[in-house]
Write a protein that binds this ligand. Structure first.
Ligand SMILES: [Zn+2]
Length: 221
């Protein structure tokens, strides 16, 4: 099912996928040929995803592959999509609010994932932007159905999760658009770095929920 007419939404999204792929690579959130980025075409079931084997730092719009909701490439003669198509399609199926997914292997987030537990949200900005929870899915090899199944289970357990850690592997940031997904991925890595430093210094502050803190009397201040 090749597309008959050029579609401005598709062209715009391909450009954005390329831009955020390069940004993530240059920011050091992924290395080698790891990571992949996808987006759902507005008003359509079509998904665009980076091709398999591409280095994110070198992605151009031509490296972005259209697939259907089951993960089949729309152009059978074109480049092959990322091998992580299974978990991307699971997320889009379970989360109608998600139109962009950025999957990366950032150093500190991967270290934190080795704890096989939620990412500690140590700061108020992490709590507000990444909360309520950043769950961690068990170890599964890249590109497997098992990994996609774990991601699906995590989203059923935490239906409004914005980021999921993949144990000993990386993270998935999920949002309505690519700019937000990129910001979530970046903040997750920053938060994971802070958690690693706090762990190494053996310091911990239990952050109360926002409602538990008194509102100052601004008028009287
Ligand atoms: Zn990966």
């Amino acid at each position: 099912m090749a597309r008959a007419q050029p579609d401005p939404d598709v062209d715009r999204l391909k450009e954005q996928i390329a831009r955020y792929s390069v940004k993530a690579y240059e920011r050091g959130l992924v290395g080698g040929a790891g990571g992949n980025v996808s987006a759902r075409v507005p008003g359509s079931e079509e998904i665009l995803i980076t091709r398999t084997g591409v280095i994110l730092g070198e992605v151009t719009p031509d490296d972005v592959v259209p697939i259907d909701p089951t993960g089949r490439p729309l152009d059978p003669q074109g480049p092959r999509p990322s091998k992580e198509v299974p978990f991307h399609t699971v997320v889009y199926r379970l989360r109608p609010d998600v139109n962009a997914i950025i999957h990366l292997h950032p150093c500190y987030a991967v270290v934190q994932s080795l704890r096989l537990a939620d990412l500690p949200l140590l700061t108020v900005s992490a709590r507000l932007a990444l909360g309520p929870r950043v769950p961690c899915v068990p170890v599964a090899y890249a590109g497997t159905r098992l990994l996609a199944q774990y991601v699906g289970s995590a989203l059923k357990e935490v239906p409004d999760a914005k980021v999921v850690l993949l144990a000993a592997h990386g993270l998935n940031a999920m949002a309505a658009d690519l700019a937000t997904a990129y910001a979530l991925a970046d903040l997750t890595e920053f938060t994971a770095k802070q958690a690693c430093i706090a762990d190494s210094l053996q310091i911990h502050l239990a952050l109360p929920p926002r409602e538990a803190l008194p509102e100052p009397d601004v008028a009287g201040a």
